[in-house]
Design a protein around this ligand. Structure first.
Ligand code: ZN
Length: 329
């Protein structure tokens, strides 16, 4: 199915969201204490890569991950994510006007992909629960319940989003994943999922440790996030919309995220980049592309050729949208 950026991020509403975010960046982060961090994937010492809205992004020369450093303290992010004007706008306005398109174009295919992976890796021991970390609007959970006999529990710290999920009759734990204690979730085989969350994490290792400690042997963990090797991020640099502080702090890539997961005890089953939007994003931002080859490709190729190129980008692991499936051994 063809997906365009306009369908899931209509420019007019998205720009209003960005304006609110710019104000929140000042209100919640300008005076926040900041500290230098090493590469969240491998611990390497990053080098300056881009500046955006007063946030500095570094590139790790060892594993090619990109990350925000110096990083504002955790309290600033907690206050921002729990109840700020831009997160409220996202939950109540932005998401609502895009929900129908997102359900069709993003969540239904995602539910299919997750079901396929659960079926592939459950090995005669059926998964009973989906634990959706940062479940947002709960659309994924509605969709997976439509196509699978499975219970869904959403972990969602935002008061606005948790309320929306409850109104849909979904089970919600209104907390950050890091606050969940082992044993707090019901017994039975689980598949933990988190979509577009990992790039927001203040401390990726603490998050992975929490998930790992909550998981029981053979539980699955499937998550999507942004890849630093994504073609739009590589070609657009600071102009890439994906570089959006205070939201996106960590951009690992299929190799670096796999190494980090293994270091934290997970067995990595698959690390792929099934993205669909890269070419669309590049076409809309051609003025920022310096590389003459890619500039020419985007004007010279027709729609059909560009669709083939998008498929190649995804299958070669070069899309900025990445999906990882792993298991607790
Ligand atoms: Zn690194």
């Amino acid at each position: 199915m063809k997906v365009t950026e306009e369908e899931i991020r209509p420019e007019k509403v998205f720009n209003e969201y960005l304006q609110l975010t710019n104000k929140d960046v000042v209100d919640y982060f300008e005076n926040a204490e900041r500290f230098d961090i090493l590469c969240p994937a491998c611990g390497g010492k990053g080098e300056s890569w881009a500046m955006k809205s007063g946030f500095s992004y570094k590139l790790c020369p060892d594993c090619l991950s990109i990350y925000v450093s110096p990083r504002p303290v955790m309290d600033a992010f907690n206050a921002y994510y729990t109840d700020s004007p831009s997160t409220k706008f996202w939950a109540t306005t932005f998401y609502k006007v895009t929900e129908a398109a997102r359900r069709e174009k993003l969540w239904k295919p995602k539910a299919q992909m997750i079901r396929a992976r659960i079926k592939q890796y459950e090995d005669n021991d059926p998964v009973k629960y989906i634990i959706d970390i940062g479940g947002g609007y709960g659309v994924f959970d509605e969709e997976i319940k439509n196509i699978m006999d499975i219970e869904a529990i959403i972990i969602e710290p935002s008061v606005h989003l948790a309320k929306i999920c409850r109104e849909k009759g979904l089970s919600v734990v209104e907390k950050f994943m890091e606050e969940i204690q082992p044993g707090e979730l019901p017994d039975g085989r689980k598949c933990y999922v988190s979509f577009e969350l990992f790039e927001h994490l203040h401390d990726a290792t603490v998050f992975l440790e929490t998930v790992f400690n909550n998981m029981q042997k053979n539980d699955l963990f499937i998550f999507t996030t942004l890849s630093s090797m994504g073609i739009d991020i590589q070609l657009l640099g600071e102009h890439a919309k994906a570089l959006s502080p205070p939201h996106h702090l960590n951009f690992l890539n299929p190799k670096s995220v796999s190494a980090l997961l293994q270091k934290n005890g997970f067995t990595v089953l698959e690390a792929i980049t099934p993205g669909k939007l890269d070419i669309d994003i590049l076409k809309k931002n051609q003025q920022y592309i310096k590389d003459p080859f890619w500039k020419n490709v985007l004007t010279y190729y027709n729609e059909e050729q560009l669709a083939t190129l998008q498929e190649f980008i995804a299958s070669a692991g070069l899309s900025s949208h990445m999906m990882i499936t792993c298991r607790k051994p």
